[in-house]
Write a protein that binds this ligand. Structure first.
Ligand code: F0G
Length: 468
């Protein structure tokens, strides 16, 4: 029989109680968190779509692996297992374990970066950009033009624009390019996939100019699913073989294992060049931990080795991508403006289109994040001018290219009825969209301000103009 419904291909063995709060309680919670959901306590949240990072449910096999974790300081069995798994997947001989992705970014970009250096990516994730800019280098995003149009359909909207890349390389000079970084899937660009052809073209350009070509590979299994489905010549290749082929094109990779590693903590840096690996390893040992654990417990490494296998299981990946599309299609059908086609790990709502009456200076994405929480206890994340906005010399906001709200879906955690609850909430928000008001930042740090900034709600336009 052909079933229409895609079921979760797992049974639930352990449950975690969710506290169902009232709207009145949430009003107080959000006020106390200065209208920044990053500052909420997790038990004030009903459905947490803040991130898909480190929020996966581990399998019984991974939990069993946790018990087998070898906690030896050097040369642990669990390290050897993780190392072998990553070598096999990436084809890279030198593997550096780190406690998460950004630690690997710090090791590498601190070394490759510095004043005058330029990094080019389809879109730098915020920690990637911050690590590059912290080294005083420049990070430039070069996504294909299609990616800037939320509703425009394109099978590989995560691709990097090869023509613009060549222009930038010629402009800055190849010797000043720190690296080309291909983020798969392109998280900040809507979780959109990158084609193998694009990776192949980039590898060729980088080889021609003698530039390092790196993958930011934290969602490479989800990306492989899209290649399998959408790119000619890959329908008969396994997801893992597709990922291996993409890794083989690059000089190295950074991976936060908190996404497609299916673990709560961990990451790694994989390199082909011994000299570069040794330079990074020195800093690894000084800042993270010895070379065979790098800030991870033996049990973490065991769970990563197992997670990196499970992620490529066809039933899992099919369910994963289908369940993200389930929510995305529902929202689209009811008229919520979202980035289409739906990506792998999240739905990205176009807050500029959702709240056209709130200008970028008043952060429409933040407004939607707050309304979602107040209405239903759903926590989401602004990816717009709060996260990426800059100021000009006069202190005026230079808005981000898009005002998005990300509904990131943790792996193997929520069921279809949780997603129905999210969709129901949006139906209500659509009805009340004209009443939403904008926000103003009252306090912010110099880097990664979205994590800790404080906000104040502005009076609603209707309130402000309503006759007395
Ligand atoms: N690269 C990408 C594409 C990411 O999405 C992330 C993290 C990182 C690097 C950094 O990895 O968190 O392990 O240090 N993304 C999370 C998110 C935080 O919510 O998208 P990390």
């Amino acid at each position: 029989m052909h079933h229409k419904v895609t079921i979760e291909p797992f049974r639930i063995k352990v449950v975690e109680q969710i506290r169902l709060t009232t709207e009145e309680e949430r009003n107080d919670f959000l006020k106390a968190a200065y209208y920044n959901p990053f500052l909420l306590n997790s038990d004030q949240v009903i459905i947490d779509l803040l991130t898909d990072s480190g929020t996966s449910a581990m399998s019984a096999e991974q939990w069993a692996g946790i018990m087998r974790g070898d906690e030896s300081y050097a040369g642990a069995r669990s390290w050897r297992r993780m190392e072998a798994e990553i070598q096999d997947l990436t084809g890279c001989p030198y593997i550096l374990p780190t406690h998460q992705g950004r630690a690997a970014e710090h090791l590498l970009y601190n070394h490759l970066g510095g004043p005058g250096k330029v990094f080019i990516s389809n879109t730098h994730f915020d920690t990637t950009r911050a690590n590059i800019e912290f080294s005083k280098a420049t990070a430039i995003d070069c996504p294909i033009e299609e990616s800037r149009h939320p509703g425009l359909l394109h099978p590989f909207k995560g691709n990097l624009d090869t023509q613009k890349l060549v222009e930038r390389i010629e402009h800055y000079g190849p010797e000043n390019i720190g690296a080309v970084i291909l983020t798969v899937t392109n998280n900040s660009g809507g979780g959109q996939p990158v084609s193998m052809q694009n990776a192949r073209d980039l590898a060729a350009i980088c080889r021609k100019y003698g530039i390092l070509f790196l993958l930011d590979a934290c969602r490479i299994a989800e990306n492989a699913y899209f290649i399998h489905r959408r790119e000619e010549g890959y329908a008969h290749k396994s997801y893992r073989a597709i990922a291996q082929e993409m890794f083989a094109l690059a000089d190295g990779a950074i991976m936060s294992a908190k996404k497609d590693g299916l673990v709560n903590m961990g990451g790694f840096l994989a390199l082909r060049d011994l000299d570069l690996a040794l330079k990074c390893r020195t800093v690894l040992i000084i800042t993270e931990g010895y070379a065979t654990y790098g800030g991870l417990s033996g049990r973490d490494m065991e769970a990563i080795a197992i997670g990196l296998r499970e992620i490529f299981e066809p039933d899992y990946l099919h369910y994963r991508i289908k369940s993200t599309a389930y929510l995305g299609d529902k929202l689209h059908d009811m008229g919520v403006p979202i980035i289409r086609p739906v990506g792998g790990h999240a739905i990205y709502v176009d807050a500029k289109a959702f709240y056209p009456h709130i200008p970028p200076e008043q952060f429409p994405g933040q407004a939607l994040v707050c309304e979602l929480y107040l209405k239903s206890g759903i926590r989401s994340c602004e990816i717009g001018s709060v996260m990426f906005g800059k100021y000009d010399e006069d202190g005026k906001l230079i808005p981000a290219p898009m005002e998005l709200v990300r509904l990131a879906i943790p792996r193997r955690v929520y069921t279809q009825s949780h997603m129905d609850y999210v969709a129901e909430t949006f139906a209500e928000l659509l009805r009340e969209r004209r009443q939403a008001s904008g926000y103003r930042i009252t306090e912010e740090p110099p880097f990664l301000r979205h994590f800790t900034a404080r906000f104040e709600r502005l009076p609603a336009r209707e309130e402000a103009t309503r006759p007395a």
